[in-house]
Design a protein around this ligand. Structure first.
Ligand SMILES: NC(=O)c1ccc[n+]([C@@H]2O[C@H](COP(=O)([O-])OP(=O)(O)OC[C@H]3O[C@@H](n4cnc5c(N)ncnc54)[C@H](OP(=O)(O)O)[C@@H]3O)[C@@H](O)[C@H]2O)c1
Length: 306
């Protein structure tokens, strides 16, 4: 059944994949975007079934009326580093409060929410704390919600693998941050997108929280080795002590907003997260939405192989 879906964060890395999956499912999409030219970023050929609502989630007045004649909301907005008033608190918990309220006021029932693996009560990082607060907002909203918690998401337009691929292209040394034994379960963005698209129709996913994880548990070092091997390079991995990494992150957090007017690509909060395992159980999502994630090395081949 075709639905009219309001999507926040549709211009981001995960959002673009989710939007493409929704389009191929035949749904009509309305995207919230701060930049009025954002549609070109998603699909330069987009026409009838996709429209843009120009607004900012931090300015609720710009979203008034945005959900009129909409059947479901896919709420993806999130940040990994803070800058100015773009804080975890504002973008995760407050923005989710705004979105659930506007959805309720517009008479919408279905709300599909993007969280993150590692979120829990008493989480250590501010990112995970505010993702938890946002989940609680969704759970108590009275809406028919589904919550997804992915581990590290990767794909051709990702932030993480591509950042390290850039470093590998230009430097003989590759920095290793975080706890050496910390484990991740990288998941392909296509699987994440499919889960969101299929959840729209799956009544049984209402009221459920799903981990989205790949089939392997890998350390950062193991992932780096696979990225380097896939690119056909030889590089030296250099472990950065936590104290030095924190100093570096602190400097970047100060420099990036001043020089580039944007958030730092590395923050002290991210370093906290890199101390923890980021693993879960993706079986329930795979069974509910009918996908099987490929291995990390198989997945990155499509965009990193020389
Ligand atoms: N990538 C991962 O590995 C991963 C893992 C777990 C969970 N997640 C979660 O998945 C979601 C998407 O992540 P991503 O990697 O795709 O991030 P991303 O590429 O940085 O995308 C963030 C999106 O949020 C939008 N946004 C930011 N501030 C906004 C505002 N004030 N008003 C309206 N829109 C705003 C951005 O719009 P602009 O285009 O205007 O900037 C963009 O569409 C986030 O909630 C993230 O926490 C991601």
């Amino acid at each position: 059944m075709q639905r009219r879906v309001f999507v926040t964060g549709g211009t981001g890395f995960v959002g673009r994949a989710v939007v493409r999956a929704l389009l191929s499912g035949g749904h009509h999409i309305r995207i919230l975007a701060r930049n009025p030219c954002a549609l070109r970023k998603i699909n330069p050929f987009a026409s009838g079934s996709i429209e843009l609502w120009h607004g900012d989630i931090l300015k609720p007045s710009t979203i008034e009326g945005a959900m009129n004649q909409i059947d479901a909301v896919v709420h993806l907005v999130g940040i990994i580093s803070e800058v100015g008033n773009v804080t975890f608190e504002n973008l995760h918990s407050r923005a989710t409060k705004t979105m659930t309220k506007i959805a309720r006021d517009a008479g919408i029932r279905r709300f599909i929410h993007m969280s993150a693996l590692g979120t829990r009560p008493g989480a250590v990082s501010h990112y995970h704390q505010t993702k938890w607060a946002a989940e609680e907002v969704v759970r108590t909203s009275g809406l028919d919600y589904t919550i997804f918690r992915p581990s590290l998401v990767y794909g051709p337009e990702d932030h993480f693998v591509n950042l390290f691929a850039q470093i590998i292209r230009h430097s003989p040394f590759v920095p290793l941050l975080g706890r050496p034994t910390a484990l991740f379960q990288p998941v392909p963005v296509d699987c994440v997108a499919r889960a969101f698209e299929r959840a729209l129709a799956a009544q049984t996913s209402t009221g459920q929280v799903y981990d989205l994880c790949g089939p392997e548990r890998l350390t950062l070092e193991a992932m780096m080795k696979q990225i380097i091997a896939t690119m056909g390079r030889r590089r030296i991995l250099v472990r950065i002590p936590q104290r030095l990494a924190r100093l570096q992150a602190r400097l970047l957090e100060w420099l990036y907003p001043v020089l580039f007017n944007k958030a730092s690509p590395l923050s002290r909060d991210q370093l906290v997260m890199l101390q923890e395992d980021n693993i879960g159980n993706g079986e329930a999502a795979e069974a509910a939405f009918g996908f099987r994630a490929s291995s990390f090395q198989e997945g990155i081949k499509s965009y990193l192989a020389p």
